[in-house]
Design a protein around this ligand. Structure first.
Ligand SMILES: C[S@@+](CC[C@H](N)C(=O)[O-])C[C@H]1O[C@@H](n2cnc3c(N)ncnc32)[C@H](O)[C@@H]1O
Length: 305
């Protein structure tokens, strides 16, 4: 396994929260460098089983030689279908460590980072059809506004979009450098990195359909977990965390408590602890990429059975 591929975040906290039954079946939705997966395997006995997903072919080079592991090159949004295909109806725990790996961000040819030059690609799954350059070239004004407002929370999204539209299909969005050049008059002198990070984050979320994948997964999670099974999600921006928090505290993604005709509220999970767990100062100093992480743990309740 490549040790520089990715340092797992909240490693001990997540494995301790997830694995309560050493003989159980667990899911790692985001294999990456396999750091969390190796922790899960270590906590399992010979009867335990781990099914891990990653849609990036690079991650599969980190596979672990262990017959208890099944590593699949699939989008985790198809977890329900994949488990049905394997004949598994319920699992003991699901872990998701969302977003991109250090390997992805540090590889200039993948186009995730504004500080390197390379094709403006940003696809986690190299076989998917939509790259960041395609989005900039083909999306309408309305669609681009949605992307930059919702996923980047960019203050001057309107100005940015009006800068992009006249330059569509001129080749100016093909590389990171040419894109930065195309929008250079809008990049604030004071904190250029902050602005570019927001623009790149918005594009990355859209390219990889990150919100819709997470939403589908969260909608299916309760029915795939055994009673007392654990849902452990580590997220890196507020949009993702909001969905997870809503599911754990309000029982659905929109964040409204819903009651039945008798006024009873039935929640699929209990958040344990109630608040998100964040990395210690020590972890952040060793691994600065962990600084925005928030981990939430849900215990599957019996009410929905
Ligand atoms: C933050 S990294 C995970 C790192 C991992 N926990 C470790 O210890 O090395 C996220 C990984 O999830 C993958 N990924 C993100 N969204 C995915 C999705 N919807 N389906 C499958 N894999 C996904 C990415 O390709 C990336 O390798």
């Amino acid at each position: 396994m490549e040790t520089t591929y990715h340092i797992p975040v909240l490693f001990k906290e997540s494995i301790d929260a997830l694995v309560l039954n050493p003989s159980g079946t667990y899911i790692d939705l985001t294999f990456g460098g396999g750091g969390h997966s190796s922790g899960i395997l270590k906590a399992l006995d010979s009867k335990g089983r781990l099914i891990a997903f990653d849609k990036d072919t690079d991650a599969h080079k980190n596979t672990i030689d262990d017959k208890r592991l099944t590593l699949v090159k699939h989008n985790f949004r198809y977890l329900k279908q994949y488990l049905a295909y394997l004949g598994i109806s319920k699992v003991d725990g699901i872990l998701g460590d969302l977003g991109i790996s250090s390997h992805q961000i540090n590889t200039d040819s993948r186009g995730f980072a504004h500080r390197f030059n390379g094709p403006l690609d940003m696809r986690m799954d190299p076989l998917s059809s939509l790259s960041a350059a395609n989005i900039l070239d083909t999306y309408s004004e309305k669609e681009l506004l949605r992307v930059f407002n919702e996923y980047g929370e960019i203050k001057n999204a309107f100005k940015l979009v009006h800068h992009i539209i006249p330059q569509q299909n001129t080749g100016k969005f093909d590389t990171v450098e040419s894109f930065k050049h195309a929008i250079e008059t809008l990049i604030p002198q004071k904190d250029p990195s902050k602005y570019l990070s927001q623009v790149f984050q918005a594009l990355r979320i859209e390219v990889n359909q990150e919100m819709s994948d997470l939403q589908t997964l969260l909608e299916d999670a309760a029915q795939l977990l055994k009673v007392d099974g654990r849902l452990v999600i580590i997220s890196y921006h507020s949009l993702e965390d909001r969905l997870v928090k809503n599911l754990l505290l309000k029982g659905q993604l929109k964040g409204r408590l819903e009651s039945d005709v008798f006024g009873r509220v039935s929640l699929p999970f209990k958040a344990e602890p109630h608040k998100a767990i964040i990395p210690s100062e020590e972890e952040i100093s060793i691994n600065p990429r962990s600084r925005s992480a928030k981990m939430r743990v849900g215990i599957k309740l019996a009410t929905n059975e």
